[in-house]
Design a protein around this ligand. Structure first.
Ligand code: 9D3
Length: 255
């Protein structure tokens, strides 16, 4: 898969290109990345990429022209390499919420994507209207630009691609995801069995795999009830909660 990223800070992408499972996958040629700096597509002596907002107000706006020239260079480059055009994705605080479902779709898309990372207060709306296919947000908090959001999306998608995880076959990944029914994962423990007087839950040492599975499910239900009641409701309306799950939740609320 080929990913292009348009950014004033292309060095930021070294983290996803070089580190961890995404780094290994990149080395293996499972995905490739090209970064494009809009500053390289300016024509004035100061290499200007931002200007003051029409109508006034604080901060600066990213100019359309250097972004248009970047997208155009990416299209030419993809054509030269006989690669298909890919959707242009803007990372934006006003985008739709990025989810695992979006990551799955990106991981399965053959064309990959072009990520546009904004800086300053925003991007000239005419560029968005004419060139951007999708807009995604990471959530309701303020970042200083789109790069970290783009890197998060790339990480979320690449780790799902076949061959990326040591032990993963994405079908194993999927069946593990599915077994959680969209609930939060249960706690994990490893050696030592006793950590300064703090023991590992006995059930995990029992060797009884049915008991272990039920304990983990109940931990998931409890955690999701406490921290993400929205996900619990979603699992319920998707028909993913069993009668035994419902009995456990009822008992939980009576305590
Ligand atoms: C005062 C208005 N601000 C909007 C909340 C302006 C503004 C802040 C931060 C405009 C752009 C940015 C930079 N953020 C992103 O580019 C961004 C982002 C984010 O800030 N939060 C969550 N997801 C994303 S995706 C891109």
């Amino acid at each position: 898969m080929r990913i292009d990223a348009i950014s004033l800070f292309p060095d930021m992408f070294s983290v996803v290109r070089d580190a961890g499972v995404t780094g290994r996958a990149h080395k293996q040629g499972i995905w490739s990345l090209k970064t494009w700096n809009p500053r390289d597509f300016t024509t004035d002596t100061h290499r200007t990429v931002d200007d003051r907002p029409y109508g006034g107000g604080p901060g600066m706006v990213m100019m359309a022209e250097p972004l248009i020239q970047s997208v155009s260079a990416i299209r030419d480059d993809r054509a030269r390499e006989q690669l298909p055009d890919a959707p242009v994705v803007l990372l934006s605080p006003t985008g739709k919420p990025f989810t695992q479902a979006v990551a799955n779709r990106l991981a399965e898309s053959s064309a990959g994507a072009t990520f546009v990372c904004g800086r300053y207060e925003g991007v000239d709306q005419r560029f968005i209207d004419q060139y951007v296919d999708e807009q995604w947000s990471l959530g309701d908090f303020v970042l200083s630009g789109g790069e970290i959001a783009a890197i998060a999306m790339i990480d979320a998608a690449v780790r799902l691609m076949p061959g990326t995880l040591n032990h993963g076959d994405s079908s194993l990944q999927d069946s593990f995801q599915d077994s959680l029914s969209g609930l939060l994962d249960s706690p994990h423990f490893t050696r030592p069995e006793n950590l300064g007087g703090c023991a590992v839950p006995g059930v995990l040492l029992s060797g009884n795999h049915a008991h272990i599975a039920r304990w983990r499910r109940e931990q998931s239900l409890m955690l999701t009830h406490e921290k993400r009641p929205d996900l619990l409701e979603q699992a319920r309306s998707n028909g993913l909660l069993t009668a035994s799950d419902e009995r456990f939740l009822t008992a939980l609320k009576m305590k």
